[in-house]
Design a binder for this molecule. Structure first.
Ligand code: BG6
Ligand code: MG
Length: 215
């Protein structure tokens, strides 16, 4: 059994439930373009970049836009999203997260963020959690999105851990796949029916302990 040296956390849907705000803002975009999409379809948007999400949504609505229009709509969506983010408070940190991060720090296990979001620092500031992280790798640093393992491999490097010494926490199918592609353990956060490729799945961090990292 390899000793775990670093835990790599996705942000949206793992530390905090910004997934609902993304959904709200993307739905507003779809509605303004004359269509709608379901919460079920929204699962596919988790973990992937802003522009990839836009492409999928436009496909669902059979809408074609020029590249310049795509950038305009993506910016509009981000502005709506940030209006919601600005209202966030530390109370929105998901159950058990702060306690588990504190336990990790006390045990000397490094903590890194591995997120596709370009807004991650702003969100961590809003919820008062920036200080927990030894490294932040996000949409501003990466060239390849999940399910490519790049974001987590960079997190491993930044925390001086080998992939086999890392555990990734993810709520997205693409994120679990990224962890596995990088040779890391993956603990799903959410539903075992959705996150079938994870090593195991927790509903919330209230279920997570240091002992459960070593499996
Ligand atoms: C991921 C979310 O964390 O970040 C995706 O799961 C989102 O839904 C992606 O599209 C990019 O986020 P942002 O904040 O840069 O638009
Ligand atoms: Mg996520």
């Amino acid at each position: 059994m390899t000793k775990i040296k670093a835990c790599l956390f996705d942000l949206d849907g793992v530390i905090v439930d910004t997934a609902v705000y993304h959904f709200q803002a993307w739905r507003r975009l779809a509605n303004e373009l004359g269509f709608d999409f379901t919460e079920h379809q929204n699962e596919q948007l988790k973990g992937i970049s802003r522009m990839e999400s836009l492409e999928l949504i436009l496909n669902w609505g059979n809408v074609s836009l020029t590249e310049a229009e795509k950038v305009e709509w993506a910016t509009r969506k981000n502005d709506w999203y940030l209006d919601l983010v600005k209202l966030m408070t530390p109370n929105e940190v998901l159950p058990g997260v702060a306690k588990f991060l504190t336990d990790l720090r006390e045990a000397g296990i490094k903590i890194a963020l591995g997120s596709a979001s370009k807004n991650s620092k702003l969100i961590l500031e809003r919820i008062n959690m920036l200080d927990y992280f030894d490294a932040i790798i996000d949409g501003n640093n990466i060239t390849k999105g999940k399910p490519d393992p790049q974001v987590f491999l960079m997190g491993a490097e930044a925390t001086n851990a080998l992939p086999s010494e890392c555990v990734v926490f993810e709520d997205a199918v693409a994120g679990v796949q990224a962890a596995k592609a990088g040779g890391m353990k993956a603990i799903g956060v959410g539903s075992a029916d959705v996150l079938t490729e994870a090593d195991f799945v927790i509903a919330t961090f209230d279920e997570m302990t240091l002992e459960r990292l070593n499996f």
